[in-house]
Structure formats: C-alpha cells, structure tokens
Design a protein. Sequence first.
Length: 126
Amino acid sequence: MKRLATSAVCALNLSLSPQTALAEPSPIGIWLRESGTARVQIAPCGDKLCGNIVWVRDKDSPTKLGMRVFYDMEAERPNVWSGKAFNPEDKQTYSGTLAIVGDKMTTTGCVIGRLVCVNIYWSRVK
C-alpha cells in the first residue's frame, strides 16, 4: 500500500510541474569562461550552433573579438551538442562538445580519437 501511495504522490507532482521544468536548457546565450578571460556568444548559424568571442579581458591575447571558437555544433543527446572547437592559443581545431547543466556549460576539446581531452568551464551571463 505504501508503494502505491508513493507512486500516486509522484504522479501528482509530475502532473502539477510546470512544463518549463521539463524543457532542456539551451546553450544559446552569452557565457563567461571560468578564468574570467573571455565571453563567448552561442547562437544559431544555419541549422547548427556556433560560438564567437564577444569580450576578452586581455586585448593582447591570441583570442580576438569576433573569433569563432565553436562551430558546426549539433544536438548529440539531451543537453549535449557536438561539433568543432578552435583553440586560439595553439591555433588548432579539435572535436568538441558543449554540455549544459542549469546555468553552467562545460566545453570539451579532444584529439587522437577523444583519447586526450581538455575541459573548459563557463557560466551563463545572459
């Protein structure tokens, strides 16, 4: 009987939950790199997503305004997009992913068939 009551309460809670609670977070917006050195804007480009630098703290950095650092990003599974990531520091392009959890984004760039990967952490600005 207790199991049935618990199931009924869970079903009631789900039916009362707002639809927005079930919506997947979107990477579209402006994100601040955890180090505070750059902001990137993720936006549609064609039928995929791209990310361009919209602010840099150090004007002498290899990262420049308008530089595209994420491109060809497409949904891989819920809350994860995959495509390419460009690293301005070494001028290399990597297989990349964006993963969203709430207002946090993790970008991952990989080489050698995803054997060597680096994560960068971001927070949503807007």
